[in-house]
Write a protein that binds this ligand. Structure first.
Ligand code: ADP
Ligand code: MG
Length: 692
């Protein structure tokens, strides 16, 4: 058995380590930076660097790297050894404050969406002291932001930090209205991570899995998830061993892996950590994804983080649990017990409702990808329409505020919610009526955003959420700071804003056709495919939001839009390419071989005077399917080679032309699969993979 307290954070340059190894003044100065987002004292860096290096070396580290999150969605590293020479040529292990604070990776190979001309390849990384450094593979990893020399941001961490600052200052301002002094308010995040584990040997045999992370071909298995016997089912020993190993690796890195269980689909599992501030939670989730893959290898598995590895089987998401916490540890989304706490809660709740309504497009954009398109709105995950579920009790309260009527079923005295004097009904923390079809659900003291895909970096989603909520709070504070009668103005504001944004609230079944129609009547966005959504990134209202809160410049928004569209079309082309290769070089030849053998059997039987009617029919069907697939494959090839200059046109073309043609080819191949002798079939089938 692992002793968690010995293992936890053993590879992290944590607060505890810093307190031990840093001079008191340096430690305090760094702590202020971490807790309050204050800028770092430059002379502190050298002292910290040396202490960090000594600590890392004592743990066996030989190298260091700036660990950053370019817009590819994964993390990037450039390793340097601590090695240097002194004047007499003696080898030394050295690491300076300068090396800690700044690095210069070649930026030219990372996507920048036109922000950085190719000749201006220089970018730099800068230390983010608000997330802990850690050791992985004998390398000291220093969390950093990544910018171009002209100051434009090229990563996912910088905007996240900026959005956290914006949110914090507006929330601090809001709290002051209630007579509270907070130094900092952080968004707290708990990201539940879903994934598939399959046997490595099967994975190796399929080009599609290896290059796209999903199966582009494959007929349904005899058994899918209809029995729902996998969900919370007992975990098989091989997977259990994997999970134990994973937990330990994550604990060493300070990732508080807490829950591991099976999910709905066969081979699907989930891991949930204990929540942390948005920045650390994002780093932790990036590390989690990396470790999932690494540890899987050690156990003879391949870990699939794709949103939809198997057609007809539930896909994987990442639930982004989000709340607000003050530096004193108060959760602002906890309704509280007193009327004052209730009023404060209602104001924050109203701000969130407004934010999600006003910027529903941005939330949708933050979860748009080729992979997630298979999931959103596909009867398994939240729909592509953003709406909020607050539960019956809170819905009742909201209605009573809007209509100034007593809340149903509540005692008369607490009926009309007189903000500042009335008391909210006690809300069940663990509401059992939790709506699984809602994309954005209130779960007692936090919101759970369920649209992010399993492979996503959660930074983008939280940039949108933080900034949008900062904007609501900022507008509210502008108004309330001027109010003569705070209580009356607060009440009026909450009533007005809840009425204005009521349309985003929906407690019903998000998967239903009726909701799609109702949402259209309410004027909510319903962007079904990635290009439909991403093209709105640079809408004027969105640019204005990001500029106001110093999160992105106009150019940065446009570049992110372009990267999103470009990434989408690249993925579709790769998927089509993998499909073409598998069909032409594996599936079609195997089908022809099998048809030939059946035909031979037919002719042998004919020479014996036997008719072999069924076999003849089989040859006819196989031949007809092979003929069709040969034709459709050629069409796909032509479509897939069509170049498009403009990035939106290219993405549009993929969505409207390439994907439907892929679906045609797949349907034919999947029919063949059900007819061809298994010994001829060149790739592992769904039954092989899902029921190993
Ligand atoms: P489930 O959603 O499966 O019922 P929980 O509600 O217990 O599980 O928690 C799901 C995730 O939400 C966990 O990662 C947990 O740490 C996180 N969480 C709990 N409270 C908060 C909070 N105040 N802010 C952000 N995340 C939270
Ligand atoms: Mg959950």
């Amino acid at each position: 058995m692992t002793n968690i307290s010995e293992v936890f954070e053993s590879m992290v340059f944590s607060d505890r380590v810093m307190r031990q190894v840093l001079p008191k003044a340096v430690y305090e100065s760094l702590k202020q930076t971490r807790l309050e987002g204050k800028s770092l004292d430059s002379d502190v860096a050298d002292v910290v660097a040396t202490a960090m290096k000594d600590w890392a070396v004592s743990k066996g580290a030989t190298h260091f790297t700036h660990w950053f999150q370019p817009m590819t969605g994964i993390t990037a590293e450039k390793h340097d050894a601590f090695i240097s020479f002194d004047k007499s040529g003696q080898v030394l292990m050295e690491f300076s404050g300068k090396e800690l604070i700044k690095g210069e990776p070649d930026a030219s190979s990372f996507p920048s969406g036109g922000l950085r001309a190719t000749f201006e390849a220089r970018g730099y990384t800068a230390w983010d002291p608000t997330s802990y450094a850690f050791i992985k593979d004998n390398t000291l990893c220093i969390p950093t932001v990544f910018c171009s020399y002209t100051g434009q941001i090229l990563d996912k961490k910088t905007p996240l930090l900026r959005s956290m600052d914006a949110l914090s200052s507006e929330a601090v301002r809001t709290l002051r209205l209630f007579g509270k002094e907070a130094k900092r308010v952080n968004a707290t995040i708990g990201a539940e991570q879903e994934y598939f584990l399959i046997d490595k040997a099967d994975y190796q045999k399929r080009l599609d899995l290896k290059v796209t992370g999903r199966t582009v071909l494959g007929a349904s298995a005899a058994k899918g998830q209809e029995m729902e016997d996998h969900y919370f089912g007992s975990i098989r020993p091989r997977v259990k061993a994997f999970m134990e190993d994973l937990d330990e690796e994550l604990w060493k890195l300070g990732v508080s892996a807490k829950t591991e269980h099976n999910e709905v689909a066969p081979c699907q599992h989930e891991m949930a950590p204990i929540f942390d501030n948005a920045n650390k939670a994002t780093d932790a989730n990036q590390l989690t994804m990396e470790m999932l893959k690494k540890v899987a290898e050690r156990h003879g598995f391949a870990c699939l983080l794709h949103e939809k590895p198997f057609d007809g089987i539930n896909g994987s998401g990442k639930h982004n649990n989000w709340a607000l916490s003050t530096d004193k540890g108060e959760n602002l989304l906890d309704p509280g017990k007193t009327p004052e706490e209730n009023a404060q809660f209602l104001l924050f709740l109203t701000a969130i409702i407004k934010a999600v309504d006003d910027y529903q497009d941005l939330l949708r954009i933050s979860v748009a990808s080729a992979g997630n398109d298979h999931r959103l709105g596909a009867n398994e995950a939240p729909p592509a329409i953003v709406s909020i579920f607050v539960g019956e009790e809170l819905d009742d309260v909201i209605s009573s505020i809007i209509d100034e009527k007593p809340a149903a079923g509540k005692k008369k005295s607490a009926s009309i919610l007189d903000i500042g004097t009335g008391v909210l009904p006690k809300l069940a923390k663990d509401n059992s009526d939790r709506n699984r079809t809602s994309p954005f659900a209130f779960t007692g003291n936090k919101f759970e955003f369920r649209m992010p895909g399993s492979s996503f970096n959660i930074a983008c989603t939280n940039v949108m959420l933080n900034t949008a909520v900062a904007e609501s709070l900022s507008l509210f504070a502008d108004e309330l700071e001027k109010a003569d009668d705070f209580s009356a103005s607060l009440k009026a504001l909450i009533k007005r804003e809840l009425s204005a944004h009521r349309r985003i609230l929906f407690n019903g079944n998000g998967y239903s056709k009726e909701w799609e129609e109702e949402a259209a009547r309410r004027g909510l966005c319903n962007y079904k495919k990635t290009p439909d959504a991403v093209i709105h990134y640079a809408d004027e209202k969105n640019i204005a939001l990001f500029k106001k809160h110093h999160v992105y410049t106009r150019e940065e928004v446009v570049s992110r839009m372009e990267i999103g569209l470009d990434e989408y079309q690249k993925i579709i082309h790769i998927e089509a390419g993998a499909m073409l290769e598998m069909l032409r070089r594996q599936i079609i030849p195997a089908s022809i071989r099998f048809a030939k053998d059946v035909a031979q059997s037919v002719s042998i039987k004919a020479s014996l005077g036997l008719d072999a009617k069924g076999e003849k029919e089989l040859v006819r069907k196989l031949t007809s399917l092979t003929d069709s697939i040969l034709e459709e494959v050629d069409k796909l090839d032509i479509l897939n080679q069509k170049g498009q200059d403009e990035v939106y046109a290219a993405a549009r073309f993929c969505a409207d032309e390439v994907i439907p043609q892929m679906a045609k080819c797949r349907a034919l191949s999947d029919s063949l699969e059900t007819m061809v002798d298994k010994t001829y079939w060149p790739i592992p089938t769904y039954s092989d993979i899902l029921f190993y």
